[in-house]
Design a binder for this molecule. Structure first.
Ligand code: ARG
Length: 292
């Protein structure tokens, strides 16, 4: 595996919004000007790639597959930690066709030494990748969303695959259909989250584990700007064009916010985090072994 901060993107060559499997998706708006939308999507993608480079990432861009527009969101393709990728299983038939091309992509990444191994989930549960299973580097565990897309059992399967603690959080609304829409742990230990997205039990879990001083509550406006769906490295946060509230809040906590216009992807229910997948995340146990 690689020890340089590496992040996967999938080129938007085949991206469009042609079906609707979450409440943000707007195939009608896309259909009014498909060529113009595609042009804007390409420009947004380039801007994101550039911002990720400025945040210090090595960016790996892979090709998608025709007929699979949502491959542009590799956060849903797998969960990756300590060099191991566990491939996703999608809930909706519209996205199941991504599983084979993504398996080929991960095999290629393995052959090139960027990851060490590729594993598959047990039958009978859905799990939509890092979008629903987020590594919290400060606390050393995963947070897993379940409900609209991933199954509750997938959290236990992930704990077995990685030998790590997984804290399962029930998502209570279709608007926050993946955990990464409404939850983002930051490098300084803060957690940016949107409280109304969670069940009462999930909220209790978050508040028991994250002290009040480290909880940043997103507003509905922040959520609608897809600002919680952010990519963080050190003191840099890459996100779609955000709100005055979050600009001030993150700035006062010492973060530098790099904003990119990702509106063509928000029309599919995605922001910066969805469009990426970190390949180099390591758990504290692996980091300790490497230092020994
Ligand atoms: N249209 C995609 C879907 O509904 C968007 C996925 C966004 N990804 C994410 N990790 N939130 O599945």
């Amino acid at each position: 595996m690689t020890d340089c901060p590496t992040i996967l993107l999938v080129a938007p060559t085949f991206y469009d919004v042609s079906y609707s499997i979450n409440p943000w998706m707007d195939p009608g708006a896309w259909a009014r000007d498909p060529r113009g939308m595609h042009r804007r999507a390409m420009a947004s993608f380039d801007a994101l790639r550039e911002a990720l480079g400025r945040a210090g990432f090595q960016v790996e861009v892979m090709e998608g597959a025709p007929g699979q527009p949502d491959m542009v969101f590799p956060a849903n393709a797998a969960v990756v930690l300590d060099g191991k990728a566990v491939l996703a299983r999608f809930r909706y038939p519209q996205r199941r066709g991504e599983e084979a091309p993504f398996a080929a992509i991960f095999e290629d990444l393995r052959a090139r030494g960027l990851i060490d191994s590729v594993e598959t989930l047990p039958e009978g549960c859905y799990q939509e990748g890092a979008g629903d299973c987020i590594w919290d580097a400060s606390r050393g565990h995963f947070w897993a969303g379940f409900g609209p897309r991933s199954s509750r059992e997938a959290a236990d399967a992930m704990a077995r695959h990685f030998g790590q603690e997984v804290v399962a959080l029930e998502l209570a609304t279709e608007q926050s259909y993946h955990l990464d829409v409404c939850f983002c742990p930051l490098a300084g230990g803060e957690v940016l989250y949107y409280p109304p997205a969670f069940s009462p039990a999930a909220l209790r879990e978050i508040r028991a584990r994250v002290p009040a001083a480290q909880r940043i509550e997103a507003t509905e406006d922040d959520l609608r700007h897809f600002s919680v769906n952010a990519v963080n490295r050190g003191d840099t946060v890459v996100m779609t064009r955000t709100t005055p509230h979050l600009r001030t809040e993150l700035g006062s906590r010492g973060y530098r916010v790099l904003e990119v216009d990702l509106s063509p992807y928000m029309m599919s229910g995605g922001g910066a985090y969805c469009m990426t997948l970190r390949l180099d995340r390591v758990s504290t146990s692996v980091r300790r072994a490497a230092a020994a």
